[in-house]
Design a protein around this ligand. Structure first.
Ligand SMILES: *Cc1c(COP(=O)(O)O)cnc(C)c1O
Length: 415
């Protein structure tokens, strides 16, 4: 078979792909769910395993020729078991949402009851939102964060569990800046005789590094994304005790998926190996220190940081108290013009809409991968504050953009 490179085959696609790489090089990625994987993980994901069908599990495949697929998947599983200390791991979910789907298939029947955090309070679509299959298949009740403190209202959660009698309680969030007390949620689940799914999508890396409490061994099921703080190949993962192992495996395949994305599983294997190093522990610690520095910079400037700070990799800002006329979308657009990429986000007690919310969510995983420490992150925080104050001032945007250029040159990504 004659071989040509993408640039010869499809210049349009090649242009878009190299532009994307350059975009990442030239901008500051502060979307809390994003990170930059290593060249090694990129290579694994671009490997020939993309061609391989490997339905089934290592040693029990439906097709021939799976010896290397088996090797790769076994490596991913062994390393995940070591990283998170789980009895059983399934690395095949195509995404975090698919991982959650497999848990619901295992634990629930259609119509059964899910108790989860409200989306505008930091939850996730796959926890029971009406626009998601979960909201359409199951009966959903939601708990909230305390509007005063911004912390999970654990007592309210317990009361809801008692009253609603859910079949499963979901913990783990998309926009929650504080340590999650998985033990307290487990107490509520025990009280209601419900399963507990801890979806650690955002904090997989922090949990693996011991920087955040682990729900493994506490909750019945733990799911995650493998491309967020853990910085491995793109996809999902499920962890559980041996008693649920076969059910979970059957729910992933054939329950929810066909052939696994073996090239992504290769990316998971390589990223997990990197995460087992001491360097990764230092990375996770620095990620949290950077988020703390950012929260402090915002607070010092008079911005309202939800919950008053952060324990993890993200900071949520409620713009209403300090900038009542400014929406999250306006700030998002101003920052994007300056090369700072983050997202508008709903805040607890949202008075606008999910599409045009009153807050911003900012994360430090990708900047920390780039080598940023507290001082550089503080500088980025100052740039952000300048544009939050002046979101339509072209001169301010241009000045911030110059500083972003200098920073991205100083801290190259892939080179
Ligand atoms: C990101 C995320 C997911 C999974 O997202 P995918 O895009 O499907 O991988 C699931 N749960 C939470 C809480 C998340 O933040």
């Amino acid at each position: 078979m004659e071989q040509s490179h993408i640039r010869d085959v499809d210049p349009d696609a090649a242009d878009a792909l190299s532009s994307e790489r350059q975009r990442q090089e030239d901008t500051l990625a502060m979307i809390a769910s994003e990170n930059h994987v290593s060249e090694a993980v990129l290579e694994a994901q671009g490997s020939a395993l993309t061609n391989k069908y490997a339905e089934g599990y290592p040693g029990e495949r439906y097709y021939a020729g799976c010896e290397y697929a088996d090797e790769i998947e076994s490596l991913a599983i062994e390393r995940a078991e070591e990283l998170w200390g789980a009895e059983h791991v399934n690395v095949q979910p195509h995404s975090g949402t698919q991982a959650n789907m497999a848990v619901y298939l295992t634990a629930l029947d259609p119509g059964d009851k899910i108790l989860s955090l409200d989306l505008t309070h930091g939850g996730h679509l796959s926890h029971g939102h009406p626009a998601n299959f979960t909201g359409q298949t199951y009966t959903v009740e939601q708990y909230e964060v305390d509007p005063e403190t911004g912390y999970i209202d654990y007592e309210g959660l317990k009361a809801k569990a008692d009253e609603f009698n859910p079949d499963i309680i979901v913990s783990g969030y998309s926009a929650y800046p504080r340590e999650v007390e998985f033990e307290r949620i487990q107490e509520a689940a025990d009280l209601a005789d419900a399963y507990h799914l801890a979806d650690i999508a955002h904090i997989t890396g922090l949990v693996a590094a011991g920087v955040h409490t682990s729900p493994v061994g506490v909750a019945d099921f733990v799911t995650g994304s493998t491309h967020k703080t853990i910085r491995a190949g793109r996809g999902g993962i499920i962890m559980c005790d041996e008693e649920h192992a076969d059910d979970i495996d059957n729910s992933v395949f054939p329950g929810a998926q066909g052939g696994p994305l073996m090239h992504n599983i290769a990316g998971k294997a390589v990223g997990f190996k990197e995460a087992l190093s001491d360097d990764f522990e230092a990375y996770a610690e620095q990620t949290v220190k950077n988020a703390e520095a950012l929260a402090e910079t915002f607070t010092d400037a008079g911005l309202s940081v939800v919950s008053g700070g952060t324990d993890n990799h993200l900071v949520l800002v409620d713009l209403r108290p300090s900038h009542p006329e400014t929406t999250g979308k306006e700030v998002e657009a101003a920052l994007e013009s300056a090369g700072i990429i983050m997202n508008a986000n709903t805040v607890p007690g949202e008075t606008r809409s999910a599409f045009n919310p009153s807050g911003i969510r900012v994360g430090t995983p990708a900047l920390t991968t780039r080598g940023f420490t507290e001082s550089t992150v503080r500088e980025v925080g100052e740039l952000m504050i300048e544009l939050i104050d002046n979101p339509t001032d072209d001169e301010a945007i241009a000045a911030a953009s110059d500083r972003v250029d200098t920073l991205t040159d100083e801290y190259p990504l892939y080179g």
